[in-house]
Design a protein around this ligand. Structure first.
Ligand SMILES: [Zn+2]
Length: 406
């Protein structure tokens, strides 16, 4: 294994979450009797540059199957986020009607729609055929492909260069970051900007968000190693913003050639020096804190079950699967998992084989406790399911400390 940012090959182990199946590998009833593939899930840190990455890469064909069940347009919080992002980029970089915006891993096209509504030309690129179909039906021109040199050549010949290329939660998913950035370089105009959004490694350690570790997330982004990484690609970081989405993310603006970084960049680099040092308390204590969380969550659920309570989980995001599988929570403890996405309902969770049902089941069945797997949308979900709470139901928020919300 080589460091994705600097190419070095010496790593320190941060945490070992055991062997788990692909987090988006929701199963049909027929698949329940077939052996399920599992893969090692270990987070490491590059000794040379401090980049955080998994040491085992699962083949993209396994992770991103044709029926990949993620749709980005589901939550209101997410919708507002993408609109705000488009607005900010358009205003800040003075984008106009002729400009092209390309989104890598564009999903159903929520971000591109926001650019399109502001008059820009748009092009999406996404590898999942069923998702691309939804995007195209919705009027967002989307190419079904993995983003790379070939896709870029096709875009260049049909639409020309892009003023903005966005990659939200893509930077963490790609195995060959060098090839990705070379392709972005070729696609961008000289005054173009590459905007990345990714969960921040500081948040992972600070708030114990170990459930955000799963096989699709190959890298855990911090700014420090990326400064040198982009310089090697003749690009530079212009600015960075810290966002509350997904518990705490970075939005990094990168331009071609040399740019003077903003004050935000210096502030964040200083924070990372304090928080992400290899021998710092936050990093060295992480594995122990993760294990303690598993023990207390498992104890809580088992005790409630022992008292005869009925337990379920609400929403089935990919990260919820890390939590459930690492903690050994399956249908032994949970009667079902509710989910809004029609692509997941009717299937079973990977590993634990818990039945996925529509949200309405929560009110019909009225279980005693509902484990909130999408804790980053906890407020919105609890508000939407207020009827359940008013009828006496209680929520369990698992992270950073398991707690009951009644
Ligand atoms: Zn490195």
């Amino acid at each position: 294994m080589k460091c994705r940012a600097c190419g070095a090959d010496r790593f320190g182990l941060i945490v070992d979450l055991g062997f788990t199946p692909a987090a988006d590998g929701f199963l049909s009833a027929a698949q329940l009797d077939v052996p399920e593939l599992t893969f090692p899930l270990r987070l490491c840190r590059c000794v040379e540059c401090g980049f955080f990455q998994l040491d085992h890469v699962v083949a993209p064909e396994i992770l991103y199957q044709s029926d990949y069940p993620y749709e980005s347009s589901i939550t209101q919080t997410g919708l507002l986020h993408w609109r705000g992002m488009a607005e900010r980029i358009v205003t800040r970089f003075g984008l106009g009607e002729k400009d092209l915006a390309v989104d890598i891993g564009s999903n159903v096209g929520v971000l591109l729609r926001a650019f399109q509504d502001r008059g820009l030309r748009v092009q999406g690129v996404d590898p999942a055929p069923n998702i691309v179909e939804i995007a195209v039906k919705g009027g967002i021109d989307t190419e079904c492909a993995f983003f790379g040199r070939e896709a870029v050549e096709r875009i260049l010949s049909s639409k020309g260069k892009a003023r903005v290329v966005t990659g939200t939660n893509v930077f963490a998913h790609v195995a060959d970051l060098n090839a990705l950035v070379d392709a972005v370089q070729a696609l961008l105009t000289d005054d173009g900007v590459f905007v990345i959004e990714a969960p921040h490694a500081c948040t992972l350690f600070e708030h114990l968000e170990y459930d955000t570790i799963y096989h699709e997330h190959l890298s855990y982004i911090s700014l420090t190693p990326l400064m040198a990484f982009f310089e090697r690609h003749d690009m530079s970081v212009i600015d960075v913003e810290q966002l509350p989405i997904h518990g705490g993310s970075l939005r990094i603006y990168v331009g071609k050639g040399r740019h003077a970084p903003s004050a935000n960049v210096g502030t964040l680099l200083a924070r990372e020096r304090l928080m992400l040092a290899a021998d710092g308390e936050l990093v060295t204590s992480f594995a122990g804190r993760v294990e303690a969380n598993r023990a207390s969550l498992s104890w809580l659920l088992h005790s409630l079950k022992h008292e005869g309570k009925r337990l379920v989980a609400v929403s089935a995001p990919a990260k919820g699967m890390t939590l459930l599988n690492y903690a050994g929570i399956g249908r032994n403890l949970l009667d079902f998992v509710t989910e809004k996405s029609k692509l997941k309902v009717g299937r079973f969770t990977p590993g634990g084989h818990i039945r996925v049902v529509p949200d309405s089941e929560l009110l019909e069945q009225r279980p005693d406790y509902a484990l909130l797997l999408a804790w980053n949308f906890a407020d919105e979900i609890m508000k939407n399911l207020d009827a359940y709470r008013r009828a006496g139901g209680r929520f369990i928020v698992p992270i950073p400390e398991p707690r009951i919300v009644s």
